[in-house]
Design a protein around this ligand. Structure first.
Ligand code: ZN
Length: 441
């Protein structure tokens, strides 16, 4: 069904709202697992019908064994003079993700082995994790690290690394059809704004609009989950849905001021790839990239055993903005108008997928006489409405859908859809099922 755009707030207004949600969620100490992820999902669930799913530590999920759950109460380093050098209370970036608990005193040389700094910028705190190797560590700016005096440092990490759960959130919206549209984002990063948090906010905005629609053709699943293991947990938990996924894309890094980027699915030519291409084609500076086996959720959904038609929507891709994985990826980097524009683009892609259809020209022998049916507005011709009508008639031989027509004609999808509706009304196009019924009688 078409998205009812009257239910969609204007881009700047909705962008400001989503930025407000990000400000609330920014200080929540998220990681691969733990109470920070739960608190994040609980907040998003205040606005949309989100269900939380938990899988226990030790569960075998494809080639992975789910990790222990990590929760931190406090973590800090005190200098020789007793003053705090680094404290996770200031920013959850200061603690190496998944650090094991420690309570000890070390000399400066030993401390340095556990300090992580950013090689690119002396003033930022890097984001580092050690999910799969047991160690402890802190992250700080190079400027702070280099100025540390010789002496004894008191190090304390009060954390629990114990059997628990991997947690993800899901919004399920059942449509008229079995076919599933899967939209996902990542929730494991702590105090970073564009990477992870912008995706969480825009997906929440998408969920809100989709939940407000009276009718949806497709069944929708929107998933907020931790990196790598989250998508694997969803695939593991939903074998019945996996075969029904018709379209999908990840939403991440969607708040910086750069232009939109879409990365194609591994299939390269799935309908969602065409929908994204057609929508982004009309947006200044936007680019469509080929498939690569690195990135986010798409790595799991497009692995060869699943090979789902699943792409990735971002603005500047994660590996291409200089603030990536550092404290410079903050709420200032994320622009409300960029969040709103990303939401509108994602909705336009979803709208095209909802309204795509393969139709058949019912009068394929020569051109039908359009003027007699009021479909030719002027003898001069050349208007974009007429062009859309001619393209739809030309390509609708039962093999090309309306998205294919939009892609090949260079015309916007809504114009193609409008032309198709006019031709359906005039009896010059029929739905495939109707065409077969007609030929069989
Ligand atoms: Zn990241």
């Amino acid at each position: 069904m078409p998205i009812d755009w009257t239910t969609v707030p204007e881009a700047d207004a909705v962008g400001r709202e989503l930025h407000g949600l990000m400000e609330e969620l920014f200080p929540v100490p998220r990681s691969l697992t733990g109470d920070g992820v739960r608190a994040t999902l609980a907040r998003i669930g205040e606005d949309v019908p989100l269900r939380t799913v938990e899988l226990p530590t030790g569960t075998q999920v494809f080639d992975w064994t789910l990790p222990r759950e990590w929760n931190v109460r406090e973590a800090r380093i005190e200098g020789p003079d007793g003053a705090r050098v680094v404290d996770v209370a200031d920013s959850s970036l200061h603690l190496l993700g998944y650090s094991v608990p420690v309570d000890t005193t070390v000399d400066l040389a030993t401390l340095r082995e556990h300090l992580h700094t950013d090689p690119r910028d002396p003033d930022v705190v890097p984001y580092r994790t050690s999910y799969w190797a047991e160690r402890w560590g802190f992250c700080t700016s190079r400027r702070v690290a280099e100025a540390l005096p010789e002496g004894e440092y008191r190090v304390r990490i009060d954390a629990t690394l114990a059997d628990g759960h991997v947690t993800y959130g899901e919004v399920a919206l059942d449509g008229e059809r079995d076919g599933v549209v899967l939209l996902t984002t990542t929730v494991c990063h702590p105090a970073l704004a564009n990477d992870n948090l912008s995706g969480m906010a825009v997906l929440a905005g998408l969920a809100r609009v989709l939940a407000a629609q009276d009718r949806l053709h497709h069944t929708f699943r929107l998933v907020w989950s931790p990196g790598t293991i989250g998508p694997l947990c969803w695939l593991h938990t939903n074998p019945d849905l996996v075969d029904r996924v018709r379209h999908g894309f990840a939403v991440s890094c969607v708040g910086d001021p750069g232009p939109l980027t879409y990365k194609r699915s591994r299939r390269e030519n799935a309908a969602v790839d065409r929908a994204a291409e057609v929508v982004l084609r009309d947006r200044p500076g936007a680019t469509v990239r080929p498939w690569t086996p690195y990135g986010g959720d798409e790595r799991q959904f497009c692995s060869p055993g699943f090979d789902l038609p699943f792409g990735a929507l971002s603005r500047t891709p994660a590996d291409a903005f200089p603030e990536y994985h550092s404290s410079a990826d903050d709420l200032e980097l994320v622009r409300p108008e960029a969040l709103g524009d990303s939401l509108h683009a994602a909705l336009a892609i979803v709208d095209a997928l909802e309204r795509d259809e393969t139709l058949v020209n019912a009068s394929p022998y020569g051109e039908p006489q359009l003027g007699r049916r009021g479909l030719y507005r002027s003898l001069a011709g050349g208007s974009s409405e007429e062009a859309a009508i001619l393209w739809v008639l030309s390509l609708s031989d039962g093999t090309a859908g309306l998205l294919d027509v939009a892609a090949r004609s260079g015309l916007p999808f809504p114009a193609i859809r409008e032309a198709a509706d006019a031709l359906l009304d005039a009896g010059l196009l029929v739905r495939e099922g109707d065409a077969q019924a007609g030929s069989g009688s």
